[in-house]
Design a protein around this ligand. Structure first.
Ligand SMILES: [Zn+2]
Length: 97
C-alpha cells in the first residue's frame, strides 16, 4: 500500500533555515500541510535551531560554531535528500499552490 514518505529531520532543519531549493521547499511545505506528524517534528527542529542559535549568540565563537553546525547538517541531509530523490515521492494531490 502507499507508505507515505515523511520529511527527514535534516531536511526539516534545512527547510527551517531556508536552505532548501525551491522545489524541495515546495514539497516539504505541501507535505507539512497534510501531515501533522511532520509539523510537530518541524517545531521540534525549529526549537532546536532556536535553542542552538540563542546558545551560540551567548558564546564568543558564533560564526565558527554556526558554520560547522550548518556544514554538518548540510552534508548529512544532502545524503538523505539524494536518497529521497532516487525514490519516487508521491505528490500530494490536494496541495495545489
Ligand atoms: Zn510526514
Amino acid at each position: 500500500m502507499s507508505s507515505k514518505v515523511h520529511i527527514a529531520q535534516e531536511e526539516l532543519a534545512l527547510y527551517a533555515m531556508g536552505n532548501l531549493q525551491v522545489e524541495d521547499r515546495d514539497e516539504v511545505r505541501c507535505h507539512l500541510q497534510v501531515c501533522t506528524g511532520c509539523r510537530e517534528e518541524l517545531s521540534n527542529v525549529v526549537g532546536d535551531l532556536i535553542a542552538l542559535a540563542v546558545g551560540v549568540e551567548q558564546h564568543p565563537t558564533p560564526e565558527r560554531a554556526r558554520r560547522e553546525f550548518l556544514k554538518r547538517i548540510e552534508s548529512e541531509s544532502r545524503f538523505r535528500i539524494e536518497e529521497m530523490r532516487r525514490t519516487p515521492v508521491p505528490k500530494e494531490k490536494d496541495c495545489v499552490d
